[in-house]
Ligand binder design. Structure first.
Ligand code: FMN
Length: 182
């Protein structure tokens, strides 16, 4: 089959990761939640996320040095679009999305109860990439719903129906099915 040469929007050729909500705290303690998809695992306990510099998430991470990562599933998919909206810092996106928080153990930013997996993270370093900055975070502790633990101890993304945005920025999402072994 012939292949078309692509010169613009190159990273659309690989798309992104399951959608996560990053939770941080505003200076007055209001809980902020932002939607993110451009991230990757860097080591067994480090992740890197491309975060827009004007975002509340970035400013809060830089000020507090910490954040939590919360994995969305099909059941609560609407939260992805709600937490991507411009919501004033005096309001929590999580109230708009009807999601609830639970205290974290090692950081002040809370985790989201309805999310299938959560990580508590601290800021390690960053690298500027134009509009975004690539934030490297160290994960201190994580939580996973017992029914969705895969045989390797990680998250069973198929069973949990984690969501992928497959045409960002359009609100088109998908879940994975039919895993196969080679
Ligand atoms: C599916 C999806 C994925 C997104 N991924 C990213 C991302 O990886 N990096 C980013 O800077 N913004 C991303 N956004 C946009 C942010 O969610 C948006 O800028 C949001 O307002 C940030 O919230 P905050 O200002 O409360 O931090 C994404 C939005 C959606 C809907």
């Amino acid at each position: 089959m012939a292949k078309k040469v692509i010169k613009k929007g190159l990273t659309k050729l690989i798309r992104t990761k399951p959608v996560i909500l990053i939770v941080t705290l505003h200076p007055d303690g209001t809980v902020n939640a932002g939607t993110f998809g451009a991230y990757t695992n860097l080591s067994s306990d480090e992740i890197g996320i491309a975060i827009g510099k004007p975002s509340h998430t970035y400013k809060n991470i830089k000020r507090t040095g910490e954040f939590t990562v919360n994995v969305l599933t099909k059941k609560i998919a609407l939260a992805s679009e709600i937490c991507a909206q411009e919501i004033p810092p005096s309001e929590s996106e999580l109230d708009h999305a009807s999601l609830t928080i639970e205290p974290s153990r090692k950081v002040k930013s809370p985790i989201i109860k309805e999310c299938v997996a959560n990580l508590e993270c601290i800021f390690e370093k960053e690298m500027e990439i134009g509009y975004h900055t690539f934030v490297v975070g160290k994960c201190l502790v994580g939580y996973i719903e017992e029914d969705f633990i895969d045989i390797d101890g990680g998250l069973d993304v198929v069973k949990a129906e984690v969501i992928y945005n497959i045409r960002y920025p359009e609100p088109v999402y998908s879940v994975l099915s039919s895993p196969f072994k080679i």
